[in-house]
Design a protein. Structure first.
Lengths: 247, 138
């Protein structure tokens, strides 16, 4: 007989209920199955009405973030055997409005993200005939960790500051701003300064650190934020102490 | 169709979970976060305490003695002890944060985070010892 595990899945069908309910499903417990495989099994064999986001199944696309037994997780990277003997409670990501079942509304994050200019900003572009913008391994190391972000929003789900103040620009957006600020090819640090030093920017963070614990890619958004606080403080100090031309 | 659909940012059918009153008890890190937020009340208290002290010193010896008698009240001592603990909480958070904020490179390598945190704690101890010596010497 195949081992099974009980999955308690949060359901929200706005056309028939005003708040989420829990539905239980018994799924096979296989050694190589992640929580996402369990959800796919339910969708394929038990209940085709279950809604959730997923795509790559390999921790790259950042689509399948959900709350598993109270913790924000990529469901493709959370294995069912680690929750033995069960039950496994699957809920939508916290701190986001729920559209349906396990699908959350991510517009807030998508509106905030471009505000930090998460791309290489150049004062002047060199002609393409001059070739690539080269970097040394050290210059790559300076930002590589922050470039691993996959926009999965687990950090927003874990952040109590974002839960209490939805205007907070949030961990991933700040980490991505730092990813470009620390890139030797980028000239956009000044353009990002006003947004990041706004009260809804880095100063909203009080170093709870849950974003870093939740991050499935080792980005360390909490570290990025604290590092930017020092940069922002130094910039403020410079505006007080240095004449305009020397800043 | 002549009318275009109206899209609103706050869709009436999206479910928004309310943050429970006791959310800050769910994790240790949330509790520490809430304590840090609460600490501002005690830090504000200590600012007032210091201002009163400075005022009493400026007003002459009689006022200063009266201030010291008032400050020796058990409830004032109790509040100051709580304030001290909150300030220590801030200091420890700050020193743990320091290696995240300060990323130094020396001889092509990143300086160990524990070295940066350690240097901060050593500096804290030295400064505290100097202050204690200044205050306690007779």
């Amino acid at each position: 007989m195949t081992d099974t595990i009980l999955m308690q899945v949060s359901r929200y069908r706005p056309e028939q209920e005003t708040k989420p309910t829990v539905q239980e499903y018994e799924v096979p417990l296989r050694r190589d199955w992640a929580v996402l495989d369990g959800l796919n099994y339910i969708k394929d064999h038990q209940d085709g009405t279950l809604s959730y986001r997923w795509s790559c199944r390999m921790g790259i696309c950042g689509s399948c973030g959900m709350t598993v037994n109270g913790e924000p997780k990529l469901t493709c990277a959370a294995f069912l055997t680690d929750y033995k003997p069960g039950p496994v409670r699957v809920e939508p990501l916290s701190n986001f409005p729920v559209i349906r079942d396990l699908v959350v509304e991510i517009g807030d994050f998508l509106r905030k993200l471009p505000k930090v200019l998460p791309w290489i900003v150049r004062d002047t572009d060199k002609p393409t005939t001059d070739g690539e913008y080269l970097q040394t391994p050290e210059e790559l190391d300076a930002y590589k960790q922050y470039s691993m972000c996959i926009n999965c929003m687990l950090c927003y789900s874990a952040c109590p500051v974002y839960a209490l103040d939805p205007h907070f620009i949030g961990p991933a957006a700040i980490a991505l701003a730092q990813r470009y600020n620390l890139d030797s090819r980028d000239d956009g640090a000044t353009a990002r300064l006003d947004l990041l030093t706004h009260p809804d920017g880095v100063w909203g963070c009080t170093f709870v650190g849950e974003c870093t614990r939740a991050c499935p890619k080792g980005v360390d958004p909490a570290g990025a934020i604290q590092r930017y606080k020092l940069t922002a403080a130094m910039e403020s100090l410079k505006t007080f102490l240095l004449p305009r031309g020397a800043r | 169709m002549s009318t275009s659909p109206i899209y609103t940012e706050f869709h009436p059918r999206w479910y928004r979970k309310r943050t429970g009153t006791l959310w800050w008890l769910r994790r240790r890190s949330y509790l520490v976060f809430a304590l840090r937020e609460l600490s501002c009340v005690f830090v504000a208290w200590f600012v007032i305490f210091l201002l009163l002290l400075v005022h009493a010193i400026g007003a002459g010896e009689r006022d200063y003695r009266r201030f010291l008698d008032w400050a020796a009240n058990p409830w004032v001592i109790a509040v100051n002890i709580v304030t001290f603990l909150f300030v220590v909480l801030h200091a420890v958070t700050w020193f743990n944060l320091a290696p995240k904020a300060i990323v130094l490179r020396a001889r092509g390598r990143q300086v160990s985070p524990s070295l940066i945190a350690g240097a901060n704690y050593v500096a804290w101890a030295v400064v505290s010892a100097v202050v204690a010596w200044l205050v306690l010497r007779t």
